[in-house]
Design a protein around this ligand. Sequence first.
Ligand code: ATP
Ligand code: MG
Length: 398
Amino acid sequence: TILDALPDRTGLDRLWHLLPQARLVGGSVRDLLRGVAVNDLDLATPEPPEIVQKILQDADIKVVPTGLSHGTLTAVIDRRPYEVTTLRRDDRTDGRRAVVSWTQDWREDASRRDFTINAMSCDSQGQIHDFFGGQEDLHAHRVRFVGDPARRITEDALRILRFFRFDARFGTETPDLEAMTAIRSKAALVETLSAERVASELLRILIGPRLLQNLAHMREADILSRLLPQAHEHRLARLLACQAPHDALLRLGALSDEENLAQRLRLSNKQAERLASMRIPMPELLPAAPDDDLRRARADLPLESLLDRTWLRQADKLGAPDPSWNALRNRLEKLPRPVFPLAGRDALQCGAPPGPQIGAALKQVQGWWRAEGCRPDRNACLARLKQALGLSPNDAER
Ligand code: ATP
Ligand code: MG
């Protein structure tokens, strides 16, 4: 059976011993059928969550209540997580979040899943349960909604983005026509989604396969312009042509230069800072840049930002792989970050009275230090500081 492809079944068999009715569901079945490595093993089971929890805990299995209100808990066996979810039915949906209740009916659980290839289950005997033709679609590279696409999108508009994410992975150049028609007619619904859900799907789409084609499909269905009104696919295409790393944020930075993008998508502070630093106006680093320029840049920005900027610049200028740009990045990576060797207390130790002139003098010395390629050492900077503070060079450090 397809279960034989699993590298290690002991944890799974332990769960099946305790919960014989449980089945693998969703992506794990899909990936097993495709013969590729399975990321997470997700199971569904008819027992209600409290019972599942009790059965597992009684068998001394560690249980993390990851989403008990949605019927989900995580069993940890040999440090490996297994998500176990009670079979669910959607009672009512507000277009964003489903209100679920438990069911015993596998078909009901399958029919609330998004695509036929994601709606199969596999029992402990390795038998596949496939109510909607998922296996056939998988082989034919068809990503199809379970049920009526327009209705499934109205229930949860995130499925629009999931469609594009999965279609890039498993589909062909021609997305399912029914799905595309429904998406186009419901396109406005993506604007009602929470920023966090959109961002997480979007970032996954950006590192997915066939990205440019996928974005073209998203534009065709009137989705891209609603998500990223200032998207420049051409710029992204040039970045990809440079063979830049598979990095969602760098790709996002190339695709859109919308000013408050990070805020609008509610990206993390770290992500927001990184996007912002791709856009700080400053002298650009070119492959021919002298070492002093590199040191200055390295003192001013984190390495990651500098590398981002070289990729974007290479894309804009050249749009092709180029060893001289790679060499520039190597030089940047090898360079230790220069740190200005003085702080406020150094001025006081030189005998300067406290006051605003200290900050001004330090700034002046730092400017000189930068201009000198961040090379002057602490002593040279101290001498310069004394000069700036109007102290004689032989004023001893106290
Ligand atoms: P991946 O390998 O990318 O994780 P996956 O199929 O496991 O793929 P998940 O996002 O982890 O994708 O979701 C797990 C399963 O839950 C899906 O296979 C699908 O059956 C179901 N699912 C997830 N989100 C939705 C949704 N918004 N609407 C309907 N079903 C969903
Ligand atoms: Mg998954």
